[in-house]
Design a protein. Structure first.
Length: 624
């Protein structure tokens, strides 16, 4: 390892001074605001920028960043070589470290009324000027105005972009900005009135920032593997729209790589997506008309290229992050999210501005999440969907998540052949589930809103050998081949939308409350409690989340239910794959939402195993 470090010149002479941590030969580089990039990176003589440490770090090394705000984009030039020999980027323990894609904006000149003007020469931005680059892309709809990828912030809140300069003037036109760029420079006008601080605001003496960098932490090359990013506040990136047909650049993103761990971070104020897991750069990006055919051909190219497999891509771990206030999505991944685990994250206030539209917005939006596990996340307050699994979610599992207050639906499963296992979730938006797939199993969920089966007969999608991306064939979607066991259904229409499915549906042990109805041809002996009170309330105090809903222990006495297992669920019609863990071992839904043991002789319906009636339970953080 020391021999490899010699390529970095005189700095390699200093590595012997660095603290030895972890594996033999591993180094810890320190970064602090009072540091110097020409220094050795020791704790007493730290570097000034994270990128300077990144340029030196080799597999096994750790980069520890100390208190303060770092205005830079980290482009890791290399990754680790294995899970044991990764490169770790971490905030110093107990210290508040922010990495931002924005710069403080000073030099505003008052125009007429409350409108101010900031002029910046073109060399201020360099090759990437967010106030010149349009916000556009596949499945992006600008609605009534054009948009830029840039943004203006006041006290960390994003101002709205105006359609025209005149929209900033007048008594009702505060909290907006407008920009214009040409060969000489960039002009940004803003009206700050109406911001939370109130009164007449002087932006030169206030906390005003403008976005400058496309990303905060993102590799410019593919195959930068085994990186850990831990404990940072990552904020304010001018990143582009993230469709599945072009390179997906997040505020933080893995690129086309393998084995990242992104944990315990706060990711906020992305212009589009907070965190991206793929897709790779493709020379056809943006050259084909978007739509079904473009995406189908993308999938074919990805498979033919031969590098989309668990040895090369995916297998990421994204856990215990807070992702919020992003203009498009919280987490996005086209193909690059395969074999990954997304767990313990809080994702909220996504796509709430809605000054533009599109088809790629959700708390979590994945294409081809083969064998991906989405578990124990709290996802709420989005202007779109909670979780959207689109194309080839073969072997994926969605378990133990809480979803509520989404403007569209909690879970949308689209053109998948299965198996997809959805179990032990609490879904309480007006629409809990929209099913435009086949081969899914819905087990022990609480459906507070509508469950809608939407036939999808036209699109041809690929399927693979179990637990791999080795292509087997292509097939249209045939509505049906689904399973519903031991769920609680609260909305009046119940499961009636499955009455007309052409393929076999398995249903049993579901509980229907108040006016909710079963699929009358499929579950003739369903349990119905017409007297149940289906009114509920979510109380979120910012730290704990409680569900107020009458759950009656007598529901266990009304019907004998079976424990749901891999054997019971069988294999899917198209893929001939069983509902099982990603390692091929059988699944048994013998624990509940909290991880508590179920009554295996007669499990309680819904996500929570009860021995007594309750009216209020804490669901986040989940406690037994």
């Amino acid at each position: 390892m020391q021999k490899n470090k010699k390529q970095f010149g005189v700095k390699s002479l200093l590595v012997g001074l660095l603290t030895v941590v972890g594996p033999a030969g591993a180094m810890e580089y320190h970064v602090a605001l009072n540091g110097n990039d020409s220094g050795p990176g020791t704790e007493s003589k730290p570097m000034r920028t994270i990128q300077a440490a990144a340029n030196l770090a080799m597999p096994g090394d750790i980069i520890t960043v100390h208190e303060g705000t770092y205005r830079e984009r980290i482009d890791p030039p290399r990754g680790g070589t294995s899970d044991e020999q990764r490169i770790v980027y971490q905030a110093a323990q107990g210290e508040n470290v922010t990495i931002t894609g924005a710069e403080e904006a000073k030099g505003w000149v008052r125009q007429s009324g409350d409108v101010w003007l900031l002029y910046l020469p073109n060399d201020y931005f360099g090759a990437y000027n967010p106030f010149f680059i349009p916000l556009e892309g596949d499945w992006f709809f600008p609605l009534k105005q054009d948009h830029k990828v840039g943004a203006v912030y006041f006290n960390d809140n994003e101002l709205n972009e105006a359609a025209a300069l005149e929209d900033l003037y007048g008594t009702c036109h505060g909290k907006k900005w407008y920009s214009k760029s040409d060969n000489q420079g960039t002009w940004i006008w803003a009206n700050f009135t109406g911001m939370p601080s109130g009164g007449n605001i002087d932006p030169n003496t206030s906390n005003v920032e403008i976005s400058k960098r496309r990303a905060v932490f993102y590799p410019s090359k593919p195959n930068i593997n085994y990186i850990t990013v831990r404990g940072f506040k990552l904020t304010k990136a001018a990143n582009p729209w993230s469709p599945p047909t072009t390179e997906q650049i997040g505020l933080i993103g893995t690129g086309w790589s393998k084995g990242w761990i992104i944990e315990d971070n706060e990711i906020t104020r992305a212009r589009c997506t907070g965190l991206t897991l793929g897709k790779n750069f493709d020379r056809f990006d943006g050259l084909m008309d978007y739509g079904y055919n473009a995406h189908y051909q993308l999938v074919e190219r990805t498979i033919a290229r031969g590098d989309w497999n668990k040895d090369n891509v995916g297998g990421h771990l994204v856990r215990n992050n807070r992702i919020a206030y992003c203009g498009q999505s919280g987490i996005v991944g086209s193909h690059g999210a395969a074999f990954s685990t997304i767990t313990g994250n809080v994702i909220h206030d996504i796509f709430m501005n809605k000054s533009f539209e599109g088809f790629e917005q959700a708390g979590i939006k994945f294409h081809a999440p083969v064998d991906t596990l989405i578990s124990n996340n709290l996802i709420y307050n989005s202007g779109c969907k909670g979780i959207w699994l689109d194309w080839m979610s073969q072997g994926a599992r969605v378990t133990g998540n809480i979803l509520y207050n989404h403007k569209q639906m909690d879970l949308f499963v689209e053109v998948n052949h299965g198996p997809l296992l959805v179990d032990n979730n609490i879904m309480l938006s007006d629409e809990s589930l929209r099913d435009a797939s086949q081969g899914s199993a819905f087990v022990h969920n609480l459906f507070g809103g509508k469950v809608i089966q939407r036939p999808e007969h036209e699109r041809l999608t690929q399927f693979f050998k179990p637990h791999s991306t080795e292509l087997v064939g292509r097939s249209k979607i045939f509505d049906g081949d689904d399973r519903f066991y031991n769920n609680i259904v609260m909305e009046d229409s119940g499961l009636r939308s499955y009455n007309n499915c052409k393929n076999k549906i398995q249903m049993g042990g579901n509980l229907f409350l108040y006016k909710a109805v079963p699929a009358n041809k499929l579950e003739k002996n369903a349990q119905i409690d017409h007297e149940a009170d289906t009114r509920y309330r979510i109380r979120n105090n910012g730290g704990k989340v409680f569900l107020e809903l009458d759950l009656n222990a007598d529901w266990a006495k009304g019907q004998k239910r079976d424990l749901v297992t891999t054997k019971m669920l069988g294999k899917t019609e198209i893929t001939h794959q069983a509902f099982e863990h990603a390692d091929g071992t059988p699944v048994s839904i013998d624990t509940d939402f909290f991880g508590a043991q179920r009554n295996v002789e007669n499990p309680f319906p819904g996500p929570v195993e009860l021995s007594g009636s309750v009216e209020r339970i804490q669901i986040w953080p989940a406690q037994k």
